[in-house]
Design a protein around this ligand. Structure first.
Ligand SMILES: [Mg+2]
Length: 230
């Protein structure tokens, strides 16, 4: 297997989970969001409309609703994670093609999510790629510091003993890629078709509207014909 030039020295392939390893069309993320709103309402006594507003405010301010709930309401992180991720994954279609492509990436393969590890493992199992990943690193492993906080990345780097200059991070959130870029990771924004990033955004090194196509065309390149003929 030949790896294309910008990725040739990569030792760890790191992937966000939601809206990166499975498409935004799946309704799972919305279902988790609705459970979060209900949780915020219970934890704060707000009605659902006000809870949704607070949930979004915390998401924008901290990178994850949970970080705000811990800081301002003393919420138990484990309890929150178990509750909001109690969703049925049946609506997510398995993706054996993507599983096969990721399995061909040489080096370690890591899921890095602001969600919970149990949920991440259930999701990669559902997608048919549980076994291709060496590590599912969640917000609890990150000490409840969410991406894009630098501390979240630093905990992952320390835990997995990563050299950021030999890591690539695939993510649908541009702001999470800012931290990755600042720490020396190569970055790939996985975005919806028609939502290409600003080419001037220095923290986005590559952009992909289809992760599978990107891996096929720009990472996993076929060996030149003289090699296959030999
Ligand atoms: Mg995501």
């Amino acid at each position: 297997m030949r790896i294309a030039a910008p990725f040739a020295g990569i030792e760890a392939w790191i992937f966000d989970l939601d809206n990166t390893l499975y498409p935004t069309g799946a309704t799972i993320y919305e279902r988790i969001g609705a459970r979060m709103t209900a949780y915020v309402a219970r934890a704060t006594g707000l009605d659902l409309a006000a809870a949704l507003e607070l949930q979004e405010d915390y998401y924008h301010r901290y990178g994850a609703t949970l970080a705000g709930l811990i800081q301002h309401h003393g919420v138990d992180g484990r309890d929150f994670l178990d509750d909001v991720h109690a969703v049925d994954l049946d609506c997510v279609p398995p993706d054996p093609d993507l599983a096969g492509l990721i399995a061909r990436l040489p080096g370690r393969r890591i899921v890095f999510t602001n969600g919970a590890r149990d949920y991440a493992e259930r999701m990669t199992a559902r997608l048919g790629m549980r076994e291709v990943f060496d590590l599912h690193f969640d917000i609890e492993a990150a000490g409840f510091s969410p991406k894009p906080e630098r501390a979240a990345f630093e905990r992952l780097i320390a835990h997995a003993r990563l050299d950021p200059r030999r890591c690539v991070f695939f993510e649908d959130s541009p702001r999470n890629l800012e931290t990755a870029h600042a720490l020396g990771f190569l970055t790939v924004l996985v975005h919806e078709t028609g939502a290409a990033p600003d080419p001037a955004a220095a923290h986005i090194h590559h952009a992909a509207d289809c992760l599978k196509t990107f891996l096929r065309r720009h990472v996993l390149t076929a060996p030149p014909s003289h090699e296959t003929a030999a």
